[in-house]
Design a protein around this ligand. Structure first.
Ligand code: UGA
Ligand code: MN
Length: 334
C-alpha cells in the first residue's frame, strides 16, 4: 500500500513541477495562448483535488491500522500514537459501580488512553477512589459539585436540567493546566452510561480539529448523524432542534488537544438552553461546518450508543426489613 507520507510528497512534487513549468511558460507564451493556459490550470487543479480526496481516504485507512482485533492484550503505550483524554462525569447512585465497571473494562483495551473521572460531589467518594485505584487504567480523579438548584430532583423529568456540565468543565480545566501545545492528543466527552465500540477510538485518535460521527439510540431516533457529501459534513440528520448550530450528542464528537489549547477558556455552561451544550463549546472554538472531519466510514457506521440503564427499584428491601428487622448487608459494596 502507498503510505500517506509518500502520497503527500508526491502531491507536493507534482505541484512544484507544475508551478515551475507554468512560470516558464508564462515568461515566453504569446497572449493568444493564455486561454489555453487557463484550461491547463483548471485541469491541474482538478487533478490536485482528486489527489486530496485520495489522501483523506488514506488517512482513514492509517487510523485503522491501529485496530488489531486478533491481538488479545493490547500494549498500554505505543510510541508516537496520540493520546485520548476522555472526560467522564459520574455521580453516586445504585447503578454507579456497574456502569463504571462496564466502561472501564472497555477502556482497558485502548492504548495511550487517559481517563479523567469527575465526581459530582463535594469530596471524592471512597467507592470511586478504590474503584479507580484497582482499575488498571491511567486516570485522574477529580470532583466538582453541581449546585443544588441546578440538580435534578427525584421527580423531575431527566431533560429538565443539564447534567455533567461543571464536571466536564473541571476536566477541561485539568487538561488546560496539565497539558501543553506539545502534547499530541484528542479530547472526548464520555458519559458513564453509554456503550462504546473499540473501533471508535482508532477513528477519533487522528482528529485534526474536530471530528464527528453518528450516535446510535439518540434523540428519539434509531440514530442521529452528520450528513456527509464528498467527504464533507454538509448537514445533520436529527429530528429534535435541528436549528442548533451543532445538533449532536456529547458522544458524537472529539476535539484535537492542540486545537483546543488555542481557545483554553472554552467551557460548557449551566445557563444555556437544553440541547445547546455541544454547540456552546464548539462555537467558542470558532468551528465551521466544513471544518468537521467525518469519521466512522463517512458517518455510515454506528460505533457508540446512547444507552441508558433502568433505575433499580429496591421494593423488597423494605419488605425484608418489616419481616426480618433488617435489609441486605450494607457492608457489601454494590
Ligand atoms: C444526555 C446527553 O447524552 C448528555 O451528554 C447530556 O449531559 C445530558 O443529556 C443532559 O441533558 O445534560 P442523558 O443520558 O440524559 O444524556 O444524561 P445522563 O447520562 O444521566 O448524564 C450525563 C453525564 O452526567 C453522565 O456521565 C452522568 O454520570 C453525569 N451526571 C448525571 C452527573 O455528573 N450528575 C448528575 O446529577 C447526573
Ligand atoms: Mn446517559
Amino acid at each position: 500500500m502507498i503510505s500517506p507520507r509518500f502520497k503527500k510528497k508526491y502531491l507536493f512534487l507534482l505541484f512544484f513541477v507544475f508551478q515551475f513549468f507554468l512560470m516558464f511558460y508564462i515568461s515566453w507564451c504569446p497572449a493568444e495562448d493564455l486561454s489555453r493556459m487557463e484550461k491547463l490550470v483548471l485541469i491541474y487543479q482538478k487533478q490536485i483535488m482528486t489527489q486530496e480526496i485520495e489522501l483523506k481516504k488514506l488517512k482513514v485507512t492509517r487510523s485503522k491500522i491501529y485496530y488489531r482485533t486478533e491481538q488479545k492484550v493490547l500494549p498500554k503505550y505505543i510510541k508516537d500514537l496520540p493520546y485520548i483524554y476522555a472526560i467522564t462525569p459520574t455521580y453516586t447512585r445504585l447503578e454507579q459501580k456497574a456502569e463504571l465497571t462496564r466502561l472501564s473494562q472497555t477502556l482497558l483495551h485502548i492504548p495511550n488512553f487517559h481517563w479523567i473521572v469527575i465526581e459530582d460531589a463535594t469530596t471524592k467518594t471512597e467507592l470511586v477512589t478504590k474503584f479507580l485505584k484497582n482499575s488498571g487504567l491511567n486516570y485522574t480523579h477529580l470532583n466538582a459539585l453541581t449546585p443544588k438548584h441546578y440538580k435534578l430532583e427525584e421527580k423531575d423529568p431527566n431533560w429538565l436540567k443539564p447534567r455533567g456540565v461543571l464536571q466536564r468543565n473541571a476536566g477541561l480545566e485539568w487538561i488546560v493546566t496539565n497539558q501543553n501545545s506539545k502534547s499530541n492528543g484528542v479530547i472526548y466527552f464520555m458519559d458513564d452510561d453509554n456503550t462504546y465500540s473499540l473501533k471508535l477510538f482508532d477513528e477519533i485518535r487522528f482528529t485534526e480539529k474536530v471530528s464527528v460521527w453518528p450516535v446510535g439510540l439518540s434523540g428519539g431516533l434509531r440514530f442521529e448523524s452528520p450528513i456527509v457529501t464528498n467527504n464533507e459534513v454538509t448537514n445533520w440528520f436529527v429530528f429534535w432542534k435541528p436549528e442548533r448550530p451543532f445538533p449532536m450528542d456529547m458522544a458524537g464528537f472529539a476535539i484535537n488537544l492542540k486545537f483546543f489549547l488555542q481557545y483554553p477558556e472554552a467551557r460548557f455552561s449551566l445557563r444555556v438552553q437544553r440541547g445547546y451544550q455541544e454547540s456552546t463549546l464548539l462555537s467558542q472554538l470558532h468551528v465551521k461546518l466544513n471544518d468537521l472531519e467525518p469519521k466512522a466510514n463517512d458517518c455510515k457506521e454506528i460505533l457508540v450508543w446512547h444507552t441508558r440503564t433502568e433505575k433499580t427499584k429496591l421494593k423488597n428491601e423494605d419488605k425484608l426489613k418489616l419481616k426480618y428487622g433488617h435489609g441486605s448487608d450494607l457492608s457489601i459494596e454494590v
